[in-house]
Design a protein around this ligand. Structure first.
Ligand code: PRX
Length: 569
């Protein structure tokens, strides 16, 4: 704005019901300044944590930037997470303020958010919530409880706030945000990112990986701000670079399956960044749907979140990209903060299905168990062997877990948790997680976290969760549960279909709808080794309808027969 670019459009907002808003960089600066003043007035100062629980509306970005202006780390919680998930994230970060909305529009209807906040803030086991105030954006206009003295409407707070704000200058290493992500235990990890390095790498990668021409491009990243992609490639990277971007509130099929393509035609989007699961879903709907829209404005396509299968890659390029556009398959993680491995458009000759090469400045390798670099053509574990600007600086409040998770497998070397192979040219192909983390529709879920949610139900004695290959979502959650003998009392039914439904809803309540298992199989036993470790590999065979592999290390080898028999009935 200071350099005279204040009239450039920062955000073209498209609400799900079809309402629109345009915010220039001038508008954005004014709104962010007012929001920062409003947060200050509510007692937020540098270092305080603010939880943001909002739909995909401009206020989500404004809220994040207002926190950044104050040096108050934000913790964005995806709007699809439950009240319980929200509560544990608020408690872990000891947040002082929550920014939420009455609700958002999803699949053609208003969907409430504020009741989950109210529930998350209730006292539990004699422990009061650390939250002092809740700022509430009015989005849907639905009936909303406002708690006197605690809750404030966003529009009231901003209306009375000054439109100028002097940012708080912070050190490069000052915390910018915490973002919770699933790990291999039941408790999500608060990934901590700081200011200078993170912003440098998000801006750099956004400019070069997407070949951004800020004056002329219209960029659209379909990720929600609840995930790291929304942080780095909706809020920070594009806005530092002065890009014009589209933000869309709803789902790709509301009110019709061509909504995304309609938006691209309407705003003449030139760069599209999305996830393989969305591409596969559109493939299923059929190519006659995108064919109805003019997509010739597109010039670069991006993919993120999971390996993109060559078939989806080819479809994306041909049907969406008109056989013209380069595709960048970008590998990175919540922990890396920004893109690490990706082809560069116009520079790298693309290979469908491969993320290919580390970006300039990034040192990645594929190693074996003994930390020997594998030769071209070999497979192993992906490691990052030199530091990078946007690397996580820790796990909030848990230094030991930080060291254990990332730095102990190969001492002093960052272990990404992904399997990978190098092809004959030395290009990197990602093969998926090698730990107990699943990737469902590009979202990270922990098997242990879902198992804990299942056993927290009175009717469940034991549970084992695996990720099974799924055509659309990449992986799907499949759970095996052993019921307690008195389960009929706890559940009020002994009908298996009903039981499965109750347990699926229970997981939805504990974690959020995205974590609901696709299938739950009630079994009498689980396959365990003599040391009591559940053999998930065998369960995965069952879940993927394959012949069960080598079961000789099972303590009781008849278990798999029992499970298979139970399933066939
Ligand atoms: O397994 C990798 C997969 O997603 C994981 C990171 O998930 P998350 O922290 O939620 O961040 C997702 C968005 C950056 C990785 O460990 N992953 C991400 N991008 C790719 C990928 N796998 C293969 N190819 C990719 N392009």
């Amino acid at each position: 704005v200071a350099e005279g670019r204040g009239d450039r459009v920062a955000i073209h907002f498209e609400g799900e019901p079809g309402d629109t808003r345009t915010l220039t960089y001038n508008d954005l600066l004014r709104e962010v300044s007012r929001a920062a003043n409003a947060l200050s007035a509510l007692g937020v100062s540098t270092g305080d944590r603010v939880v943001i629980y909002l739909p995909m509306i401009p206020e989500a970005v404004i809220a994040m930037l207002a926190c950044a202006r104050l040096g108050a780390p934000h913790s964005v919680v995806f709007g699809g997470f439950s009240a319980d998930a929200l509560r544990s994230r608020i408690a872990d970060a000891e947040a002082k303020v929550v920014i939420t909305a009455d609700g958002g529009f999803r699949r053609g209807a208003p969907s409430a958010l504020k009741p989950a906040v109210d529930e998350a803030l209730e006292e539990r086991d004699g422990v009061a919530s650390p939250v002092e105030h809740v700022l509430v954006v009015r989005r849907t206009g639905q009936e909303t409880t406002i708690v006197e003295g605690r809750d404030v409407w966003w529009h009231d707070a901003l209306d009375s706030a000054d439109v100028t704000h002097v940012p708080v200058w912070v050190e490069a290493e000052h915390p910018l945000f915490i973002l919770y992500t699933s790990g291999t235990t039941g408790k999500p990890k608060g990934i901590l990112h700081t200011t200078g390095g993170y912003l440098t790498q998000t801006a750099y990668t956004h400019k070069y990986v997407f070949d951004l021409k800020a004056e002329s491009d219209v960029y659209w990243c379909t990720a929600d701000i609840g995930w790291v992609t929304g942080h780095s490639y909706v809020t920070y990277g594009p806005l530092i670079n002065g890009a014009t971007q589209v933000i869309y509130e709803g789902t790709p099929d509301s009110p019709h399956q061509g909504r995304w393509w309609e938006i691209i035609e309407k705003y003449k989007v030139t760069i599209l960044y999305t996830a393989p699961t969305a591409i596969r879903t559109c493939m299923k709907w059929g190519e006659d749907i995108p064919a109805k829209f003019d997509l010739t404005s597109l010039r670069v396509l991006g993919s993120v979140g999971e390996p993109i299968n060559p078939e989806a890659w080819m479809w994306y390029r041909r049907v969406i990209g008109g056989d013209r556009t380069p595709i960048v398959d970008t590998w990175w993680q919540t922990e890396t903060g920004a893109i690490m491995i990706s082809p560069l458009p116009g520079v790298t000759a693309a290979k469908p299905g491969s993320a290919q090469v580390p970006l300039p400045g990034i040192v990645a390798d594929v190693v074996d168990d003994e930390f020997r670099s594998v030769p071209d053509g070999g497979g192993g574990y992906l490691v990052l062997s030199e530091p990078w600007p946007a690397m996580l600086r820790g796990i909030w409040g848990d230094l030991e877990r930080f060291k254990d998770t990332y730095w102990s497998r190969f001492p002093g070397i960052y272990f990404a948790g992904d399997g990978a192979k190098k092809d004959d040219d030395g290009d990197i192909w990602l093969l998926g997680r090698v730990d107990d983390v699943m990737n469902v529709s590009g979202h990270r879920l922990s098997t242990t976290e879902i198992e804990s949610a299942l056993v927290s139900h009175d009717a469940v004695a034991e549970a084992a969760v695996v990720g099974a290959t799924d055509e659309t979502t990449g992986q799907a959650v499949v759970a095996f549960v052993i019921l307690r003998s008195d389960h009929a009392e706890a559940l009020g039914t002994s009908d298996e279909d009903e039981i499965v439904q109750i347990l699926r809803n229970h997981v939805g309540k504990e974690i959020g709808p995205i974590a609901k298992p696709k299938r739950i199989l009630v079994v009498a036993e689980l396959p365990k080794t003599r040391s009591g470790k559940i053999m998930r590999r065998l369960l995965r065979d069952v879940a993927e309808n394959r012949a069960v592999g080598d079961a000789t290390t099972l303590a009781d080898s008849s278990v798999m027969d029992l499970i298979a028999k139970g399933l066939s009935k």
